[in-house]
Design a protein around this ligand. Sequence first.
Ligand code: PPS
Length: 288
Amino acid sequence: MSSFEELYLHYRGLPLPRGTFSEDFKYFEEFNFKDDDILVVTYPKSGTTWMKEILTLVLNSGDLTLFQTIPCWLRVPHIEMKAMAKHMEQLASPRSLSTHFLYNMMPSSLHTSKAKVIYVMRNPKDILVSSYYFHQMANFLEDPGTLDEFMDKFLKGRVFYGKWTDHVKSWKCAELGDRIMFITYEEMIQDLPASVTRISNFLCHNLSEDAIPKIAEYCSFKSMKDNKMSNYSTLPKETMDHDKSPFMRKGIAGDWKIHLNSEQQTLFTSAIRKELEGQNFSLPWSLD
Ligand code: PPS
């Protein structure tokens, strides 16, 4: 089994898996945002893939061609991954992009452009559980150990992309005015057609009445689980082993309730509360 140091490199304080990153971040640092770019921002396991699929269908007014023929990670590439550079050069405008990086790490062109940002948040207890299973199936990540061990690493930020609280703090204080929209995974679970409408309004992309239920249907958990372009099943087993745990695992809110005992819940909640002390934003859910 490989150690944390062997598996991860560090870039501006964030542990990143060597399996998917090179040490060279020049492309990212010099990345040029265009005015009509749309950037999906998430801490890992918050609903990134879900938002990528919704965005593709909204921008294409429900047309399924790209959704069914190009894998989501090429259609909406991560700007921090150098391996994605050539795909980004080929994207037609408006480009759909994504990142798990913090706000203060963004290239300066984000501030000078009019690019829009969609920030998806998810209850951190569900992120913890989702990430725990993801660490079992993604071979480029450290073996999570027991849930107690993994929770300890998660709270200390010894996981890919660091601490959840740092991510949320940085983007909640982003100075982007009305160029940023916040949405939660739970809101999308509760009413996907309403969420699709909110997203299309934010992007000023008018959708027909027929397109909204169609997009919601194609972006349902079941439909995405069956779509090879969304479910990561085309990657080699050496990268993601879906027999250990599928990428599209459960797709629900509140799975933490059957995974965390009361001691784990108390420990997790108090650690997150402590990290967020003194912040002048509130979370969209109760941490209890
Ligand atoms: S990653 O690795 O950061 O890109 O992961 P990410 O896509 O952010 O999060 C994966 C979790 O999102 C769930 N998911 C969905 N839930 C509901 N509906 C839809 N359509 C959907 N698509 C993805 C996916 O199942 C992971 O959550 P868990 O809790 O593990 O099931």
